[in-house]
Design a protein around this ligand. Sequence first.
Ligand SMILES: [Zn+2]
Ligand SMILES: [Zn+2]
Length: 434
Amino acid sequence: MIKYLSFFLLMTFNLSVFGQNYNVNTDYINQMYPQWEALYKDLHQHPELSMQEMKTSKLMGQLLKEKGFEVNDGFGAYNLAAVYKNGPGPVVLIRADMDALPIEEQTNLPYASKAKGINAAGQEVSVMHACGHDIHMTVFQGVANYLTQHKDDWKGTLIMVAQSAEESGLGADLFFKNGLYDKLPKPDYALALHCNSYLEAGKVGYRSGPMMASVDMIDVTVLGKGGHGAAPHTTVDPIVLSSQLIQAFQTIVSRSVNPIEPAVVTVGSIHGGSVHNVIPDEVKMELTVRAYSPEVRNLIIDRIHILCRQLGLAAGLTEDLLPRIEIREPITPATINDEKLVSKLLPVFQNTFGESNVEEMPQYTVGEDFSRFGMQDHHVPICLFWLGTVDPAKMDMGQLPSLHSPFFAPLPEPSIKTGVAAMSAAAVELFNQQ
Ligand SMILES: [Zn+2]
Ligand SMILES: [Zn+2]
């Protein structure tokens, strides 16, 4: 009887209709890995800056076409969206970003980037995949391999999106300005992963709800009435007003935002004046604001406006000379992972890697424009999860290089295999939802 019962339990737990998660084909992943590592090293040595990903995008499109995808462009920059129809079922979107950064690689790896590029100001700069987007693209192609080679395991429509210009916050915005969800089937779920420079390779990290912050870049121009430094009473000094504003901005998070809500206001740049004894008529400041909800973001922006107006008036400025505030477009909204979707994926990851290899991660104040794929006006549940990339031997070596560091050196194996397994298992699970 016990024997019979355990046989019965074994049968039911191995069938997905009874709730058991999909088991990825690790033999296939191991067999394909050398090809993926070669692709990774090629991408790593040929990085391209934001909005210049011409060759990378061409390669992504070509590789997807070879796998049977219909590849569409016309979404701005070098954005591509490839569709693979595999019968009736849910629509799942998987996104990877393609751009690199103007950083000179200092990892000393044999396949370190020596690439150069021309930045927006026309200067020659070194270029490096210091945010791991080359890992993202490699995993992306690996997932396309996996899902097309295991198409009997799932039914539905797979949309694979290769995105330009994540770093500048322009790429995802262009996809939606060019009607991604109108031209192609609207996804039931959208997934992405990002390298994590603190999580061990072989692990994945997750977070439900707000995960990464909204990012605003704000220019504040503080005007004044210039004059002789020895006769300040005949001027309105924008340097003194700017210093008052900087102090006042630092009270926004500490005094106006609910202490339970994380937020950041940083003045990263201030420029004004030219010599000791002249009071200038203009100071320029550059701020960044980070928040995890539209409400907190709006509160901070409102406070910046109020402080600029009130302190400007107190300094004696007339209405036409009050500080000017410009929020650079497009902003990056907060990345908010759908809680129901995360609760569907968590057991998939735990089943694939074991519970000890799936970690809940803290919130980060960096931003990611993948957030746009799930904004309120689209109502698409999104989940971006973390892919561990740190060599286990280096986990205890103190401060690890962050993303965007010239020393960031993700460990290709097992990171790439883990990424392909995690994303493929997640997609199959969502395709097979009733
Ligand atoms: Zn980045
Ligand atoms: Zn990134």
